[in-house]
Design a protein around this ligand. Structure first.
Ligand SMILES: [Zn+2]
Length: 405
């Protein structure tokens, strides 16, 4: 009797595993594509993916708009407070506690075959515990795309492929990140041709119709002038597209109504305020959710992920309203006095007003409250210029930039 029980268990386990082996992820990352640039460029391949899948032109970057921290957020599913990468040298990363999504998926599916192809070396040389079976570094985007095409066509065992396309960012740095510049638009349009090549290769896989693929496409940040790394809309408002061949990602556009909460009012907005909105950190979590159909990434608490999965999530009204739990500041710019206004405060809040030399002007705290709290602040005795108001709520600090006229 005991022997029979073990046999049955084994069959059940094998059944579960075989049901999982068909789920696969193609992640195409195009560096430095502004939302308005993608909107204006002629991109028939990406347009098709949008029409057939879930997409948004309002995915917000809430942290440092530099490639290293941004790709790290996308590939781990957590913001830089956790993954630790705040620059392109990848100093002090915490890959041990917050590894790439492939490492997470391999906890349950150790046999996953995952490959990264990039021409940007730091993503290969500075990252460990990433779970890739193979890290390919090539000189040019065309080489990366050709290698990806070859793998997709020829490797039946491939489960996860990440292809990084770098030239849009390089064009932005050289000639300007600006949708009115033909150089920038041409670079986006060429990236779309490369997306088309990868999609054609994907669909030509001999067993494609029996494999459950999701394709995630996104960028790491936008750009303004000849650079990025700041806090403007041009740098922070990005986009992503999620497409599936078997319906895992429903057809919809995610339009975000931010209400009174504008991420542009903050240098570092509180990510908890944007839990319902599409974010950079959602890419990894959606990928894990797809690779592990029987594991809900939200319930694996030791993973401590910040993102959420968009798999099989239909918003119904194509509209997401973000809950406001943080604060807004008005008027800003101010002639002297201004108000820090908060709603639905679910934890004690502390605030600190200081100048750019870190000289303290005032500070205080607000106890837990359920509805609206207004704090009046005063810069009348201070010189005209820029001040910083740090608000800490639920362990996370937002820094507001206040301009005194
Ligand atoms: Zn970048």
């Amino acid at each position: 009797m005991k022997q029979l029980f073990y046999t049955l268990s084994l069959v059940l386990v094998l059944g579960t595993l075989s049901a999982q082996t068909d789920t696969k992820v193609l992640f195409i990352g195009i560096d430095g594509v502004r939302s308005d640039g993608l909107d204006q460029a002629y991109t028939p391949n990406m347009d098709t993916l949008m029409t057939e899948g879930t997409f948004t032109f309002s995915s917000w970057h809430l942290r440092t708009t530099v490639s290293g921290p941004s790709w790290s957020a996308m590939l781990t599913g957590v913001w830089e407070e956790k993954h630790g990468v705040t620059n392109n040298n990848y100093t002090n990363p915490n890959w041990t506690e917050y590894p790439y999504f492939v490492t997470r998926a391999k906890e349950f599916r150790p046999d996953i075959k995952a490959v990264q192809i990039t021409s940007w070396d730091p993503m290969s040389s500075q990252v460990y515990n990433d779970g890739w079976n193979q890290k390919v570094v090539l000189g040019e985007d065309d080489d990366c795309v050709a290698a990806g095409v070859s793998l997709l066509q020829n490797d039946p065992d491939l489960d996860v492929l990440f292809v990084h396309i770098d030239d849009v960012d390089a064009t932005g740095h050289a000639n300007g990140f600006n949708p009115t510049y033909p150089t920038y638009i041409n670079a986006i349009e060429y990236a779309d041709v490369q997306v088309g090549q990868l999609m054609t290769a994907l669909k030509s896989r001999p067993n494609f119709n029996n494999e459950s693929w999701i394709v995630m496409l996104t960028t790491d940040h936008g750009g303004i002038g000849n650079g990025h790394g700041g806090v403007t809309r041009e740098e922070r408002e990005i986009w992503w597209i999620g497409w599936s061949n078997l319906g895992a990602l429903p057809k919809q556009e995610l339009v975000v109504d931010l209400g009174s909460l504008n991420p542009l009012d903050y240098i570092f907005p509180n990510p908890n305020d944007f839990n319902d909105a599409p974010l950079l950190v959602d890419i990894a979590v959606t990928a894990i959710d797809h690779l592990l159909p029987n594991v809900n990434p939200d319930t694996v608490s030791r993973w401590d992920l910040d993102g959420k999965s968009w798999l099989n999530k239909t918003t119904g009204v194509n509209n997401i309203t973000v809950n406001v739990t943080g604060g807004s500041v008005f008027p800003n710019p101010t002639n002297g006095t201004f108000t820090l206004s908060m709603q639905n405060v679910k934890h004690d809040v502390s605030y600190r007003l200081f100048d750019l030399d870190s000289r303290a002007i005032t500070s205080g705290s607000v106890p837990f409250a359920t509805d609206k709290v207004d704090v009046q602040l005063d810069l009348r005795k201070e010189a005209a210029g820029v001040y910083l108001l740090e608000v800490t709520h639920n362990g996370i600090s937002m820094v507001n930039r206040i301009v005194k006229n």
